[in-house]
Design a protein around this ligand. Structure first.
Ligand code: SF4
Length: 883
C-alpha cells in the first residue's frame, strides 16, 4: 500500500516542498504542488533525494575511540569530558560548531546549552561561511536581520539584478521562477553581475563580468548616479532613513563617474551606464545576491552598498522591490533565528544588549547566560590549533573540507584534546578524527522545522524509521545537558515542545520591538505542529497568517526607527595577485552536488554531470600556463595545494579560475579546494574571503594516466591522483600516478582481483595497457592506462555495466573503449533528471527534429523537470560548448 508524506528538501535555501511516496518500501519523491516555494518543481538534486537515503556508510551506533559503545556510555563520556575541561580551564575552553543542515529545534537546544547554561558564546555555525555578511549588512541598515522580500517579489519585478549568484545552479527553483516570469513578461529585465559567464546569464539582458572584488565601487557609483539623475526618493528618505549625506559623499569620493567606475570594475562604460539607467528608470527592482557578495573580506560593506541604493530610491517594503539575500543552506535562516552565530542571542536578540541579556536569562531561568560574543568559525579553529580550546563538538558539518586553510583545520582537530562529532555519515573527514562519534538521524528520519530564504517556516517530516541507534540531535544535546546538571531546562519530550518554547521566547516582552516574532505559534498543539503549513514570519496574534513582506510601514528596528545608510569606502580583497601567485581562485558550487558530497555522491545520476574536481580557466590563461583541456593541473596558494581536472572555457574571466568546493578525502586524493583558501575574514561579519585567493597553476605531469571501472568499491594503489565516482552498478576511478607501472597486468589484477575471464591489450613501447574482466558473461571491471590523458570517453563503458550480457560485438569493442557501429552511446550526461546524454541530444538535432531547447524537451524530456540543463541544451544547439 502506498503512503505519502509532505516534507522539505534538505539542500539549498530555496526550501522546496517535497512529496514522498512509500510504496511497500520503495521510496519516490516529487515536488509538493501546494508548497509556495516551488509549486511542485524540484531541481536535479531534489529529484534524486530517493537515491541518497540508503544505510550504506551510515553511522548507526555511538563510538568511543573507534569502538562501539552504548548511548549511556557515550553520553556520559561527552558530559564528563566537557565538565572536566570546563572545571579546569573555564567554559571558553569548549566550543560547538554547528550547521545550517540542523533543524531549528536542534539548533535552539544547542544554542541554549552553550550560551545559556555552559556560559560561553563559543557556538558558531557553518552558515558563518555563506551568509554572515548579509546578516551584518541587514543589521547595520535595518537594526535587525530581516530579509525584506518574498519569492513573489521576483516574479512581479520589472528589473532583477542578480549579483554574485549562479542562481541557475545554486538556487535552481528560484531561477526557474524567474525564467517563467521572463517568459510571461519578456519586458522583465535581468542584469547579472558576476566575473564568470554562468548558466544564470542565459536569461540576462545584460551581463557585467565585473573585476572580482569591485562590487562596492559599482554600487557606490550607482548611488552617485541616482543622486545626479535626481532619482533619490526624498519622500521615503527624509522620514524613514538616516545618513544619506555621508553615504553620498563616500560614494562620490570612491566612484565619481561612470568612466571611473568602468575603469575600476574593468567593465565597458556603455554597460555600466546601461545598468545604471535600468536601475534608475525602473520602479520595481529586486537585487538578488548571494555568496559572490558575502564571501569577501569586505562582504558586509558590499551588501550595504546594495541596500543603500534601495533605500535611496525607496524600493523596500513594497511589492516587487528590495535587497534580497538568498541563503545557501536549508536552515541558515533557522540558525539566525535561534542565535547560533556566536555574536547573537536567541530570537534575534543581541549578546551585548543588557535588556536582551536580562530577558533571555529570565526566560531560560539561568544565571549563567554568556554576555560577550564567542569565537567566529575561523577564529574558533585557530584557537583549537593553538590549544586554547580543548574540546570541540561538531554537529552535522564537515569543517576539515569546508573551512578555509582546511589542512590547518584538519591538523587542529587531530591535535584537539576532545573531539565530539554528531553525524549521520561514517565517512567524513571530521568524523574520522573524532574521539566520540554520536549517530544522528538523517533527512527522512528526523522531524522539525526549517526556514527558507524568504522567511518561510516549513515542516521537515519523517517518513523512515530510526535506523540502528541513531537519534534526533535535540535529544542527544538534551541528554548531555541533563548529565551536565541542567536537566530542568532540557526536559523536552518532542520537537514540538522545543518549537513552542522557541516561539514563546520570540514573543516574550516583544510588543513589536523585535523583528523575529512567531508568538502566534507558541501555543500550537502537537497535532497543529505536525500539520503546520508553510508560513512566513513574523507570525503574531495580529498577523496570524504570517507576513509576506517586511517594512511595509517604513518603520525599522533601529533605535530611531529609521533605516541607516552606511557610508562605504570600497576596499580591495585582502590579498592581491602577484608574480608568484598571478591568478584569482574563486570557489563555489556545481549544478548537481551538495556541500561535501556525503549525500549527493550516493546518486549515480548526480555524479554524471561533473565527476571530478575541476579548474575552469580561460583559454588565454590555459595557454599562458601550458594547461591542456582534460589534463590535470596542480594549484598552489600560500596555504595549500590540490590537483584538479582542467576545463578550458571562455566563460571564465581571464586572470580568474573557478574550482568547486565539494570534493572530500573519501572521494578524491587531492580535491579539497579549501586547503588553498585564504583564511582572512570580513572584520564585521567574520565571513571568510572564499572568492578571492591568489594562486598559481601548473600542469601536473604524472608518469601515467588511467581510469578503471569496477562493480565493487576499491582502494587504488600507486596512484597519487584518484577520484572515486559512484555510477549505475559500478564505481569509476580516475587515476594518475607518478611512478611508472612496470608490470601493468599484475598491477591490474592486484587492483581488480585475479578471478574471471580477462581480455588484455598491452603495448610496452607505447606504455599503453588495457584489460577487462568478465564474470558470468557480464563486465565486472575494466582498466585503461596510457602515458597521456587522452583516453577514450567513459560514457559508453559506463552503459555496458547496465547490460545483462556482454554480446560478441560489445566484447570486440571493450578494449577500444568505444562502441562499434550499431552499438548505442548516449554520451556524457546533460540532463540528470531524465538521464539524457549529449550524443542522444546531438542525434535529435542532426535529424532535424530538434531546433530549440523546447523541441529537445518535447522529444527527449531533457530540461523539462528542473530546467537546470536548459542553458547547456542551448549551448549544444549553437555548438558553442561541445564536450
Ligand atoms: Fe532542494 Fe533544489 Fe529546491 Fe534547492 S532548489 S530546495 S536543492 S529541490
Amino acid at each position: 500500500m502506498a503512503t505519502t508524506s509532505l516534507t522539505t528538501c534538505p539542500y539549498c535555501g530555496v526550501g522546496c516542498g517535497v512529496q514522498v511516496t512509500d510504496e511497500d518500501g520503495a521510496i519516490s519523491v516529487k515536488g509538493d504542488k501546494l508548497h509556495p516555494a516551488n509549486f511542485g518543481r524540484l531541481c536535479s538534486k531534489g529529484s534524486a533525494l530517493a537515491d541518497t537515503i540508503g544505510l550504506e556508510d551510515r553511522l548507526l551506533h555511538p563510538q568511543i575511540n573507534g569502538k562501539q559503545a552504548s548511548w549511556d556510555t557515550a553520553l556520559n563520556a561527552v558530559s564528563n569530558g566537557l565538565k572536566k575541561i570546563i572545571e579546569e580551564y573555564g567554559p571558553d575552553a569548549v566550543a560547538f560548531y554547528v550547521s545550517g543542515q540542523l533543524l531549528t529545534e536542534d539548533y535552539y537546544v544547542a544554542n541554549k546549552l552553550m550560551k545559556g547554561f555552559i556560559g560561553s558564546a563559543n557556538i558558531d555555525t557553518n552558515s558563518r561561511l555563506c551568509m554572515s555578511s548579509a546578516v551584518a549588512g541587514y543589521k547595520r541598515a535595518f537594526g535587525s536581520d530581516s530579509v525584506p522580500c518574498s519569492y513573489e517579489d521576483l516574479e512581479q519585478a520589472e528589473l532583477i539584478v542578480i549579483e554574485g549568484s549562479n542562481t541557475a545552479w545554486c538556487h535552481p527553483i528560484v531561477y526557474q521562477r524567474i525564467v517563467k516570469a521572463k517568459q510571461q513578461r519578456p519586458e522583465l529585465k535581468i542584469v547579472v553581475i558576476d566575473p564568470r559567464k554562468t548558466a544564470t546569464c542565459d536569461i540576462a539582458d545584460l551581463h557585467l563580468p565585473i573585476k572580482p572584488g569591485s562590487d562596492a565601487t559599482l554600487f557606490n557609483g550607482l548611488l552617485s548616479y541616482i543622486n545626479k539623475q535626481q532619482r533619490i526618493n526624498w519622500d521615503f528618505v527624509n522620514p524613514h532613513t538616516e545618513g544619506v549625506v555621508e553615504a553620498l559623499l563616500a560614494a562620490e569620493k570612491s566612484a565619481a563617474g561612470i568612466s571611473q567606475v568602468a575603469q575600476i570594475c574593468e567593465l565597458s562604460e556603455q554597460d555600466v551606464r546601461l545598468f545604471y539607467q535600468f536601475f534608475a528608470d525602473t520602479k520595481k527592482v529586486v537585487t538578488l545576491y548571494s555568496q559572490g557578495v558575502n564571501q569577501s573580506s569586505s562582504g558586509t560593506d558590499k551588501s550595504n552598498s546594495i541596500i543603500n541604493c534601495h533605500l535611496a530610491t525607496g524600493r523596500i517594503g513594497k511589492p516587487a522591490m528590495g535587497p534580497f539575500s538568498i541563503t545557501g543552506q536549508p536552515n541558515a535562516m533557522g540558525g539566525r533565528e535561534v542565535g547560533a552565530l556566536s555574536n547573537q542571542l536567541a530570537a534575534h536578540m543581541e549578546l551585548n544588549n543588557p535588556a536582551h541579556h536580562d530577558l533571555v536569562s529570565r526566560f531560560w531561568q539561568t544565571d549563567n547566560l554568556a554576555s560577550v560574543a564567542g569565537l567566529q568559525a575561523v577564529d574558533m579553529f585557530e584557537q583549537i590549533a593553538n590549544g586554547k580550546i580543548k574540546a570541540i563538538w561538531v554537529i552535522a558539518t564537515n569543517p576539515v573540507v569546508t573551512l578555509p586553510n582546511a589542512d590547518v583545520v584538519r591538523r587542529a582537530i587531530e591535535d584537539c584534546e576532545l573531539v565530539i562529532v554528531s553525524e549521520c555519515e561514517l565517512n567524513t573527514g571530521t568524523a574520522a578524527r573524532a574521539n566520540i562519534l554520536l549517530p544522528a538521524l538523517a533527512w527522512g528520519e528526523k522531524c522539525g522545522t526549517v526556514t527558507n530564504s524568504e522567511r518561510r517556516i516549513s515542516h521537515q517530516r519523517n517518513f523512515l524509521p530510526h535506523p540502528g541507534e541513531a537519534e534526533e540531535d535535540w535529544w542527544i544535546l538534551s541528554q548531555v545537558a541533563k548529565r551536565m546538571g541542567f536537566g530542568e531546562a532540557f526536559n523536552y519530550q518532542s520537537s514540538a515542545d522545543i518549537f513552542r518554547e522557541h516561539a514563546a521566547l520570540s514573543g516574550f516582552e516583544n510588543k513589536g520591538k523585535r523583528d523575529f516574532d512567531i508568538s502566534g505559534l507558541a501555543e500550537i498543539t502537537d497535532k497543529q505542529y505536525d500539520e503546520l503549513s508553510p508560513i512566513q514570519w513574523p507570525v503574531t496574534a495580529r498577523d496570524s497568517e504570517g507576513t509576506e513582506r517586511m517594512f511595509e510601514d517604513g518603520r525599522f528596528f533601529t533605535a530611531t526607527g529609521k533605516a541607516q545608510f552606511i557610508a562605504i569606502t570600497p576596499r580591495p580583497p585582502a590579498n592581491a595577485t602577484d608574480e608568484e601567485y598571478p591568478l584569482i581562485l574563486n570557489t563555489g558550487r556545481v549544478r548537481d552536488q551538495w556541500h561535501t558530497m556525503t549525500r549527493t555522491a550516493r546518486s549515480a545520476r548526480l555524479n554524471a554531470h561533473i565527476s571530478e574536481p575541476i579548474i575552469q580557466i580561460h583559454p588565454a590563461d590555459a595557454k599562458a600556463y601550458n594547461l591542456k583541456n582534460s589534463g590535470i593541473a596542480r594549484l598552489d596558494s600560500l596555504w595549500g595545494n590540490m590537483l584538479a581536472r582542467i576545463a578550458v572555457t571562455e566563460e571564465q574571466r581571464p586572470g580568474s579560475v573557478f574550482v568547486p568546493m565539494h570534493w572530500n578525502d573519501f572521494l578524491a586524493s587531492k580535491g579539497r579546494v579549501n586547503a588553498l583558501v585564504n583564511p582572512v575574514v570580513d572584520p564585521i561579519s567574520g565571513q571568510p574571503e572564499s572568492k578571492h585567493t591568489p594562486i598559481k597553476v601548473a600542469p601536473y605531469r604524472p608518469a601515467w594516466y588511467g581510469f578503471m571501472f569496477s562493480r565493487t568499491a576499491l582502494a587504488p594503489s600507486n596512484a597519487e591522483y584518484w577520484v572515486k565516482i559512484k555510477g549505475d552498478q559500478f564505481f569509476r576511478y580516475e587515476l594518475a600516478g607518478e611512478t611508472a607501472i612496470s608490470d601493468p597486468f599484475s598491477w591490474a589484477k592486484k587492483q581488480l582481483g585475479n578471478d574471471g575471464e580477462w581480455l588484455e591489450f598491452s603495448d610496452q613501447n607505447e606504455k599503453r595497457f588495457r584489460a577487462g574482466k568478465i564474470i558470468d558473461n557480464r563486465l565486472e571491471s575494466i582498466i585503461f592506462i596510457a602515458p597521456e590523458f587522452d583516453l577514450p570517453a567513459r560514457s559508453w563503458l559506463s552503459q555496458v555495466f547496465s547490460e545483462q550480457t556482454v554480446t560478441d560485438e560489445m566484447r570486440m569493442s571493450l578494449l577500444a573503449g568505444k562502441p562499434g557501429a550499431g552499438l548505442p552511446d548516449t554520451g556524457p550526461m546533460v540532463c540528470a533528471c531524465f538521464g539524457v546524454g549529449e550524443n542522444t541530444i546531438m542525434e535529435a538535432i542532426a535529424s532535424g527534429s530538434a531546433k530549440t531547447a523546447e523541441d529537445i524537451g518535447t522529444l527527449l524530456k531533457a530540461g523539462t523537470n528542473c530546467g537546470s540543463c536548459i542553458p547547456e541544451l542551448k549551448n549544444i544547439i549553437s555548438n558553442k560548448q561541445p564536450h
